[in-house]
Design a protein around this ligand. Structure first.
Ligand SMILES: NC(=O)c1ccc[n+]([C@@H]2O[C@H](COP(=O)([O-])OP(=O)(O)OC[C@H]3O[C@@H](n4cnc5c(N)ncnc54)[C@H](OP(=O)(O)O)[C@@H]3O)[C@@H](O)[C@H]2O)c1
Length: 306
């Protein structure tokens, strides 16, 4: 299948392009010259030239504090630009899989995983702008009578190659704390599911291969953790378990954007990709198993930057 991917240089987009290629699809990277969130109107011509059958829309303004400082700009980039891409795709009968976030939920209330059917209610401007993107895409496909060609894939707490992720930030913060002779302070009352970007990308490729991208997907690894539990896992894998970790509250780290305290998504299944899988489905593996798979690359990148 010919699949265009926006944001192909980002953490997820890069992995999606690679996973699609491994699965035998023709991945067409749409970098910001081909699709600019600040000037999205030209996308129709690009789609006419490339003729994809599906677009995976991974590009976004992911600076959550930046979104909080400039909410109108966040709405334009993550909301309106998604709507323009969706409208251009829908009228051409091109499918869309729009990547979204657990931050469409405010994370207040009972600590149970957010299901795909739950009503979103974002607590911060980044989440509001991503929800606006989901809704603009749904409106565009409904107007074109093509609802069956739209998928939304929410994910959360991505780690993996690319710009410094939470594990690498923790490694750097632990090194600084040790040098300063101070404890490492990590938030213990914010919960989510650490999710390996390579697993999400494989899941997306499996959905594409099976023709099952439509509908609402929650593509996250299994289980849940607080930031502090995740940080401890990172320190153990890096042989830094002796670092003194002190648990603090979200309120001790005031930021322009407040993350959801409870950001756990109820995972949805993806098609099994093994030959014996038939029409079977599977969930992405538990997050600690995914961290174990990532650990060699994490150790190498931490050693290189030391
Ligand atoms: N990271 C997470 O933990 C997380 C969690 C939940 C959901 N998500 C969602 O997952 C998707 C991918 O996130 P990510 O972690 O891969 O983000 P990322 O690493 O920040 O990559 C974002 C991508 O968007 C592109 N982009 C940014 N501004 C743009 C603009 N004005 N015009 C065109 N392209 C622009 C970037 O282009 P350049 O490469 O040129 O900079 C980059 O390729 C996003 O939709 C995000 O909302 C992420």
């Amino acid at each position: 299948m010919r699949v265009a991917v926006t944001g192909p240089g980002g953490r997820l987009g890069r992995a999606v392009v690679a996973a699609l290629a491994r699965a035998g699809h023709e991945a067409l990277p749409l970098d910001r010259h081909a699709f600019d969130l600040d000037a999205p109107e030209g996308i129709g011509k690009v789609l006419d030239a490339l003729e994809p059958e599906l677009v995976v829309h991974s590009a976004a303004w992911t600076d959550v504090d930046g979104c909080a400082r400039e909410p109108a700009l966040a709405m334009r980039r993550n909301g309106e630009a998604t709507g323009i891409l969706a409208a251009a795709s829908a009228v051409r009968r091109i499918g869309l899989l729009a990547i979204s976030t657990n931050e469409v939920f405010d994370g207040e209330g009972a600590p149970r995983p957010h299901a795909p059917r739950d009503s979103p209610r974002p607590a911060n401007p980044y989440g509001a702008s991503k929800l606006a993107g989901e809704r603009a895409a749904a409106d565009a496909y409904a107007s074109a009578g093509a609802e069956g060609s739209l998928g939304i894939a929410r994910t959360a707490w991505l780690f993996g190659p690319g710009a410094p992720d939470f594990p690498r930030k923790i490694a750097a913060a632990a090194a600084r704390a040790r040098t300063a002779g101070e404890p490492l302070r990590v938030v213990a009352d914010e919960f989510g599911t650490p999710t390996y970007v390579e697993d999400v990308a494989e899941g997306i490729a499996a959905l594409v291969s099976a023709g099952r991208t439509a509908g609402m997907h929650h593509l996250v690894n299994g289980g849940e953790a607080s930031r502090a539990e995740w940080a401890r896992d990172v320190l153990e894998r890096l042989g830094l378990a002796g670092v003194d970790l002190v648990e603090v509250g979200l309120d001790d780290f005031p930021r322009p954007s407040r993350p959801p305290r409870w950001g756990v998504l109820e995972p949805t299944a993806v098609p099994a990709t093994r030959p014996s899988g038939g029409g079977a489905s599977r969930f992405l593996r538990p997050w600690r198993e995914a961290m174990a798979a990532y650990a060699p690359a994490l150790r190498e990148s931490v050693t290189m930057s030391a």
